[in-house]
Design a protein around this ligand. Structure first.
Ligand code: 1Q0
Length: 215
């Protein structure tokens, strides 16, 4: 049966949402950040049910952020900058240990932020790899250099097993729905600086406010 069009992943769409993420004065719009992740999760889901435990957690995080975006204080959640300011000033963040605010925007977005670093490293490897490059190895290396240090052993183990069943580079490129491998590589070249800038801006903001280790 043909896929519903809205379920079909397109790398270009994701690229466009990440383009919209940064405002002129380098604030990060939560709405577009969330939309970018939605697109990526679509992609993840198309890879099969082995990735269900990953996509479930990501969907959960997105739901939490959407609740803030649509809640009574929605105007405080327009950008990551305004969210950080609002939640810190109103003591809505658990800073040292988990407590009354397990669903703060700050700690929730931090999890996605760390995953964005994984994405950046993975896509960079994908972009520069040869035709016979192994996506499972690229993915594992990117993970080990970033997200893995924030995960307990059992999650690292499960992630490692999931990486093993990733499709090869050609199939992977196909799912991206862009065109020839050369066109995918070109588009990755366009996308990476954007993703990287969104990551850097968020990283600096979190570092400034000492939020990089939120429980
Ligand atoms: C393509 C293969 C995808 C592999 C994704 C690598 C990430 C592995 C992460 C596995 C952990 C998931 C289980 C839950 C962990 C949570 O404990 C953890 C911490 O949260 P908390 O509340 O317990 O403190 N959660 C996280 O670390 C968040 C992880 C979110 C991962 C979202 C990954 C979405 C992946 C999208 C696929 C992108 C494909 C790239 C190619 C597309 C081209 C643009």
């Amino acid at each position: 049966a043909p896929e519903a069009p809205e379920e079909k992943f397109s790398l270009r769409e994701v690229l466009d949402t990440f383009k919209l993420c940064l405002s002129g004065d380098k604030e990060v719009y939560v709405e577009h950040y969330v939309a970018g992740w939605r697109g990526l999760i679509k992609f993840l889901n198309s890879l099969g049910s082995v990735f269900g435990f990953i996509s479930k957690d990501a969907v959960n995080k997105i739901k939490i952020l959407v609740t803030h975006l649509e809640g009574e204080n929605s105007s405080e959640y327009v950008t990551v900058q305004s969210m950080v300011k609002y939640e810190l000033e109103n003591e809505l963040v658990d800073l040292n240990k988990r407590g009354n605010h397990p669903e703060s925007g700050c700690r929730t977005l931090l999890r996605l932020h760390r995953a964005l670093r994984w994405l950046e490293l993975f896509l960079e490897r994908l972009r520069t790899s040869g035709e016979d490059g192994k996506t499972s190895v690229m993915c594992a290396e990117a993970y080990n250099e970033s997200l893995s240090r924030h995960h307990p052993w059992v999650v690292r183990k499960a992630a490692g097993m999931a990486f093993c069943v990733l499709p090869g580079r050609p199939a992977f490129f196909e799912v991206m729905n862009v065109g020839t491998p050369e066109q995918v590589v070109a588009m990755l070249g366009d996308a990476l600086p954007l993703i990287s800038e969104v990551y850097q801006v968020t990283e600096e903001l979190y570092a400034q406010h000492n939020l990089l280790d939120l429980p």
